[in-house]
Design a protein around this ligand. Structure first.
Ligand SMILES: [Zn+2]
Length: 386
């Protein structure tokens, strides 16, 4: 069974060109340029004139969507993934908030088995428990702790190879040792939810951390006499910067500046909670109550932002249309760059032969029309307001 997508514009990190893509099973079997390369024969041919085709979006950081939360077991994870998939996300890292270690271990078991059975599940992100109390955001303070060798080893073992990413505040006692311990286990370490100054953030990067969790949010801002972790992240070519481009977490001018200051090192993530792709109202994030009004999630009764209601297609629109980011670079930030972070850039993130059949078809307004993930098309009705 092969599917030929033709008549469209192909857009990925390598540029924009009129062309076609041939999907065969879960891989891209061939691509070519319109009016240059002869169209191959296919079981199904889809004429997509006026559309843009990008690689499937990869979300390094999210907590749920469609009314469902990743901390609540496999059925809710599937429900949330289906919502994000309808908005173009074909591979997701499952972020787990700070919870009692036994609960985190149980969640890791769920994610480990989903990672085996569902190709769209990339693995787990431990966002906590090793976070700074003063920068905890929407993480319960009683579950935060300092990293010790035994706890880190127990988490790595419970993950059974499914932990892709962990967020650590480098100022915690034992944090730099924990960075090395996770990196030695093949896990990407992110600096985040932190009070670290520039010097300490650099020490974490030198210890092996290669990511910053939602840069600008839950960390000290830039001061000209105290540059902090943001400048350290901008300045280090080994480090990728997660950015939440929902128009709320970070001002569009700062989104634009981030893309300019760290070319090819920005990953557009959602940090989405259960209300993403859903309605305003009351939700839970881990053990905390969240109120969503006008699409903005706050810890109930506070002004603390509690994740986003973002989907990656909306992040793409914010980056390109509102912030004025170049379209190739914006697409790169949700395809090839996160694939690089995960060490999978040889199979994800490009419209090229041998890459995964992860494909998004968008209309003129960057709205998602069709999505293939690992070669199969998801048919999901989007609500009118989505
Ligand atoms: Zn998060």
């Amino acid at each position: 069974m092969t599917t030929l997508l033709t008549g469209a514009r192909l857009l990925d990190a390598d540029g924009s060109r009129p062309g076609w893509v041939l999907l065969d099973g879960d891989r891209i079997a061939a691509t070519g340029l319109t009016d240059v390369d002869a169209l191959p024969h296919a079981t199904t041919t889809l004429e997509l004139r006026g559309r843009t085709i990008t690689p499937g979006f990869i979300d390094l950081h999210g907590h749920g969507g469609g009314g469902a939360a990743y901390d609540n077991g496999p059925d809710e994870i599937r429900q949330a993934l289906a919502t994000h998939r309808a908005h173009g996300t074909t591979r997701s890292v499952i972020s787990l908030v700070a919870n009692p270690i036994d609960d985190v271990v149980a969640s890791l078991g769920v994610v480990a088995s989903l990672t085996e059975s569902d190709p769209t599940v990339v693995g787990a992100h431990l966002e906590g428990p090793f976070l700074a109390i003063g920068r905890r955001g929407a993480h319960s303070p009683e579950f935060l702790r300092e990293p010790d060798r035994e706890t880190v080893a127990a988490l790595i073992e419970a993950g059974d190879g499914c932990i892709r990413q962990v967020t650590i505040a480098p100022e915690l006692p034992g944090a730099l040792e924990a960075v090395r311990q996770f990196v030695d286990a093949g896990i990407v370490v992110a600096v985040g939810h932190t009070e670290a100054d520039e010097h300490l953030a650099r020490a974490a990067f030198d210890a092996g951390a290669t990511l910053v969790t939602h840069i600008f949010n839950a960390m000290p801002g830039i001061h000209h006499r105290d540059p902090g972790p943001i400048v350290a992240g901008f300045d280090d070519d080994r480090v990728t910067l997660e950015l939440v481009a929902d128009g709320v977490h970070v001002h569009p001018s700062v989104v634009q500046m981030t893309f300019r200051a760290a070319p090819h090192r920005v990953a557009l993530v959602t940090d989405a909670m259960a209300a993403a792709g859903g309605a305003d109202g009351y939700y839970r994030l881990g053990s905390l109550n969240v109120e969503v009004r006008a699409g903005i999630a706050h810890l109930a009764g506070t002004s603390t932002i509690a994740g986003s209601t973002l989907t990656q297609d909306a992040a793409l629109r914010t980056a390109i249309v509102v912030a004025g980011v170049d379209e190739e670079r914006a697409v790169e930030a949700m395809t090839l760059t996160p694939a690089c972070v995960l060490g999978r850039d040889d199979e994800w993130g490009r419209l090229a032969v041998g890459y995964a059949a992860d494909v998004v078809v968008l209309d003129d307004d960057w709205r998602v029309e069709r999505v293939w993930a690992a070669g199969s098309e998801a048919v999901t009705e989007l609500p009118d307001n989505a």
